[in-house]
Design a protein around this ligand. Sequence first.
Ligand code: NAD
Length: 355
Amino acid sequence: MSTLLVTGGAGFIGGNFVLRSLERDPELRVVNLDLLTYAGNLDTLAPVLQDERHEFVHGDIADAPLVQRLLREFRPDAIVNFAAESHVDRSIDGPAAFVQTNIVGTLNLLQSALEYWRELPAEQGAAFRFLHVSTDEVYGSLGEEGSFRETTPYAPNSPYAASKAGSDHLVRAFHHTYGLPVLTTNCSNNYGPYQFPEKLIPLVILNALALQPLPVYGDGLQVRDWLHVHDHVDAIATVLRGGRCGEVYNVGGRAERTNLQVVRAICAALDARVPDSGFGDRTQLIEHVTDRPGHDRRYAIDCSKLSTELGWNPSVDFETGLAQTVDWYLENTRWVERVRDGSYQGERLGLAGAE
Ligand code: NAD
């Protein structure tokens, strides 16, 4: 049986990673360390909370004694670091929390991992990996042409992106300086089940369903490269298995869309599924609001390294994945309601597995 220490596994991508990994590998044990900030949701983990292969630990990646105890106790074969403050708008209002978790927290994980890795027997030490999950936002903004490669210079524009860039540099430095066997993935915008409804796609789905205004920043022509979260999770598993230590792998969906295109596609999907005869076309709900300060214009990922070296390619077509995501939010009303009324936070400490 192999053991992964996953951080941030009650969040959107980490949660999908934990569920999918445990479902696919009966020989896997996951130790899931999550602080349960507003973005952490134990409801997402409901299918595995009673599974003895899943150990949920409520705690902070910046807590050195805790991380060291988990490493000594569970002796993981790898660490996969999803834990982060992840919402750009929140980073504009309060960057300090982003520096604390994304930089200080990652530094603590790296220091604890280094100490642990140095004491592992040679064979286990050779197989150990520290995989750091990061974003394409570290590369800044693109013009009309081109895409981010692993060699693109960093130019983070938001406090969120800057904090992720800081963590990426620390990960790189721990490999270069100490030889820690690290891997970094830089991924484009994700969508799919269990995403917190502050992010564009779930926000628009839920507002459009309730016939509420659909806020679109500025002209809505900002371009993002969308990737289904299951493809991202599979890319991470692929890099963990076969990635070369010290290397960076870009992960993208080859699905560039403007924000307006995304919002219109969601409206069309909902109009087809939940027609409201008295209202008509939901695109009427679109409201252009003042643009986010420093808003990056275009992101696009060149994921050819991951494709040629490790054979990973995005498999979910964007329009199909978006329609499935709309269906997921329509079907999982309990998950949605508990997020919206805040009750997903109320009972967290009473749930089995939580400390
Ligand atoms: P999320 O905000 O949904 O989840 C983050 C999780 O981390 C939450 O469960 C939260 O409780 C936990 N957490 C926060 N601070 C913590 C701390 N100090 N200690 C332990 N746990 C803590 O984020 P997400 O969208 O799932 O993103 C996961 C990772 O992937 C992040 O590192 C993010 O930068 C990266 N990423 C996200 C996207 C995207 O589109 N969402 C794209 C590329 C990369």
